[in-house]
Design a protein around this ligand. Structure first.
Ligand code: NAI
Ligand code: MG
Length: 484
């Protein structure tokens, strides 16, 4: 491929690109270990400048006075610009994350554009209600609620799907009238730099979006402890989610946390294995397994275990690992050496813990941080079935009846998503009611859609993004009483 058209490397604060006082951040191509770019990073004083700018934009200036319709127009313009720059965004995303360019274009960037477009439509449809309340002295009383924007949102994103997840945070916040300080994932910040440039081109007033790159424990820590942030919106690990929740408790900051999962795919005895195999494999191996909703516990009725193992092995062996820009590639690399080593250590734990390896299990001998798609047969108590691996590793777990399937599905600290595979829709719906998760798929699996809520239960997080719930999560209710 030709030399990529790299985005600006500085911080984006108060409508301009500006130097950062933090340590320079080297951005790496995980498919070959080469350096892609070096970015400025923000120290605590840069973060404070960004928060001040976001506060000013929220309270005074054009954004604060703008109608919902006009905010919607800006968000729609950003959707247009994401579409017209889709190839450039997808190139940066593929380079930075190591994911197939085709997937970046068709999934990440396409869904980011759709998210901005969908949320643009909400901007002038956010309203309260009139509530009949009797006046204690018999006069007339008008009580109504308004939905007002929460204020300054601190958004912290992960590296697995940077542009898409950034759109989940920016689009509803902008629709609600909030301003944002965004701390992108330090392992994949490039496409977000371009997105900031596109937001400026769309005409968002200075301070509405600020981007402060840098490491979590430095830049992220400064953002989550800043007293003038009204809401923190985070996607990432439960560990960091807990750190953020604690910091937010000190300042009574609102939070939404999306913290990954260990999602079950329940294969009933009557399931059509040929039909489910490619989709179940997609859920396991898309983005090299680095997706929060990955269906990594494949719970299978004991009568079908061998068939499912055989079918998933076939799917795994058909994957082509390689250069994200080669159209034949179906799987790229993992994000970095640490993640590859972490995934390999889980594979090792699977072997040592007594799981039987069906396919995969190694890192191919080639440059970059690749891991083969891997399938085990094991049980739900094994470490590989309890902890989020965030790599292309699935475990088939046998069950004997529906009650046991539901018990195993819920026997996890997570509760993000679940998939049910059955030809009997009544049985599938009955089973869905027993699942402690934020989203159930019946006979399919796919990426979150901006029109519907997204989020988890238990250690998978707090709150919802996307859909109307995601918009309202960026607002507060204000009650007005008029007695006349
Ligand atoms: P992480 O949770 O540490 O990083 C996510 C974001 O949080 C990054 O932007 C990071 O800079 C920021 N961050 C880290 N520490 C922070 C702090 N003290 N204060 C403020 N911000 C902070 O995730 P990491 O270490 O990159 O990945 C480890 C594991 O987390 C993965 O293997 C996976 O299991 C899980 N994960 C889940 C994701 C999801 O989509 N739910 C996404 C990324 C990771
Ligand atoms: Mg990178």
């Amino acid at each position: 491929m030709t030399r990529p058209d790299l985005p600006p490397t500085q911080l984006f604060i108060d409508g301009s690109w500006t130097a950062g006082a933090g340590e320079p951040l080297v951005v790496e191509n995980p498919t070959d270990g080469t350096r892609l770019a070096t970015l400025h990073t923000a120290d605590a004083s840069d973060v404070a400048r960004a928060v001040t700018s976001a506060r000013r934009a929220f309270e005074s200036g054009p954004w604060a006075r703008m109608s919902g319709a006009d905010r919607g127009r800006l968000i729609a313009r950003l959707a247009d610009l994401v579409e017209s720059n889709a190839e450039r965004l997808a190139t940066l995303e593929a380079l930075d994350v190591g994911k197939p360019y085709r997937d970046a274009l068709a999934v990440d960037i396409a869904l980011a554009a759709e998210t901005f477009r969908h949320m643009a439509g909400w901007a002038d449809k956010i309203h309260g209600s009139v509530v009949p309340v009797p006046d204690h002295m018999g006069r007339s009383r008008l009580s109504y609620t308004e939905r007002i924007p929460l204020g300054v949102v601190g958004a912290i994103t992960p590296w697995n799907a940077p542009t898409m997840i950034t759109s989940w945070k920016l689009a509803p916040a902008f629709a609600a009238g909030c301003t944002v300080v965004l701390k992108p994932a330090e392992h994949a910040p490039l496409a977000t730099q371009l997105l900031a440039e596109l937001a400026a081109e769309a005409g968002f007033p200075a301070g509405v979006l600020n981007v402060v790159n840098g490491p979590g424990p430095v830049t992220g820590a400064a953002l989550i402890t800043h007293p003038d942030v009204d809401k923190l919106s985070f996607t990432g690990s439960p560990h960091t989610g807990r750190v953020i929740g604690r910091a937010a408790a000190e300042t009574f900051t609102k939070v939404t946390l999306e913290l990954g999962g260990k999602s079950p795919q329940i294969v009933f005895a009557d399931a059509d294995i040929d039909e489910l195999a490619p989709v179940a494999a997609l859920s396991l191996f898309a983005n090299s397994g680095q997706t929060c909703a990955a269906g990594t516990r494949v719970l299978v009725h004991r009568s079908r275990v061998d068939e499912v193992a055989h079918a998933l092995a076939g799917q795994a062996e058909a994957q082509r690992l390689g250069d994200p820009f080669d159209p034949r590639t179906t799987m790229g690399s993992l994000i970095n050496a640490a993640q590859r080593d972490r995934v390999l250590s889980y594979i090792d734990a699977g072997r040592r813990g007594g799981a039987s390896l069906v396919t995969g299990g190694s890192a191919p001998s080639r440059p970059g941080y690749f891991v083969e798609p891997t399938v085990f047969v094991g049980d739900n108590d094994m470490r590989i079935a309890r902890e989020e691996i965030f790599g292309p590793v699935g475990t088939i777990i046998p069950f004997d009846d529906v009650d046991e399937a539901i018990r195993l599905a819920n026997d996890t600290r997570y509760g993000l998503a679940a998939v049910i595979w059955s030809r009997d829709i009544n049985a599938a719906l009955a089973a869905s009611r027993g699942l402690r998760v934020g989203a159930v798929w019946v006979n399919s699996f796919g990426a979150p859609d901006p029109r519907v809520p997204w989020g988890g239960m238990k250690a998978s997080g707090i709150g919802r993004e996307l859909g109307l719930s995601g918009v309202l999560a960026n607002t507060e209710e204000r009650l007005v009483n008029v007695v006349y």
